[in-house]
Design a protein around this ligand. Sequence first.
Ligand code: UDP
Length: 340
Amino acid sequence: MILITGGAGYIGSHVVKEIAAAGFDVVILDNLSTGNRVAAEAVRTLLRDYDGAGQIELVIGDCGNESLLDQICRQHPIDAVIHLAAFSEVGESMRDAAKYFSNNTAQSIYLLNSLKRNRVDKLVFSSTAAVYGQPLRNPIPEEHPLQPSNVYGLSKMMIESMLPRYRVNYGLNYISLRYFNAAGADASGLIGEKHRQESHLIPLVILRAMGRRDRFTIFGDDYDTYDGTCLRDYIHVSDLAQAHLLALQALLAGNVRERVYNLGNGRPHSVREVIAAVEQACGRSLTCDIGPRRLGDPSILLASSQRAVDELGWKPQYPHLQNIVDSAWRWHRLENWPES
Ligand code: UDP
């Protein structure tokens, strides 16, 4: 059985689907602060079409609640943990650092200590490209120095820097997955990206296109890039989910004991190109404002994911921006979840 923290969130629900579809029973631990109870239900619904899918249980609570974790480990034979629960907004992290240090760093330490106490020795850790900060070169290999330019990246880097000690002292086998820009939605259209307070580019532009927002502001058009806006490496959330399954299988097979993998497509797309892809999906042009740069934003983040391809056998199915945006557009058009 696999414990997935943050499994009711956007990336988490896609990961739960992938892991359960592969036949693993899953316990989701989620405090629903950014996740949605309906996501877990939706995953159960869409797995009805899969032969041999595992069971999914939702436990509501903090990922660092040690007594709750002890209880979960007593009640279920947990083979491995996929730890996704975290806040992930760069802008917010710069305004409210304590929120990120408490939730992403401190809670993760409590989780790690619970794993140690309960002798769970396999962990897939959800990390981020934000650990690199303003890169010295692009595409970024995993050996690139870690110098986060925002608190979100720092909150994740601190946990990454502790994991080798948990390996040496307590035998924890772990894989850190450094996501670049997760986007898009499951092909079923049943799960996708829904945040109470949206801050990410693709959903914001889509909400603008749907008339659910009056404005959309580009954060800076004076970067040293081909059109002046930031370049990012967008990766389909289902491809990210596939990488989690491969990482889990590698840990369970004992093939990997301690490793970090970037997950991106290695293709740069500017904010303006993302807007154009949404215009293409919705069939009309959008007006956007130009605002100041967002604090903590590196100009270019581009992944080298060759290691994941070579060692995990990772093979992204949806590397094209337009496919990613089209799947997100479809999800937003169908979405009717209540707020959790
Ligand atoms: N962005 C923007 N306007 C917005 C939100 C985001 O111009 O309202 C830009 C942001 O500056 C970055 C890119 O879109 O260059 C992706 O931002 P997002 O927050 O989606 O992901 P991040 O790269 O911070 O993980």
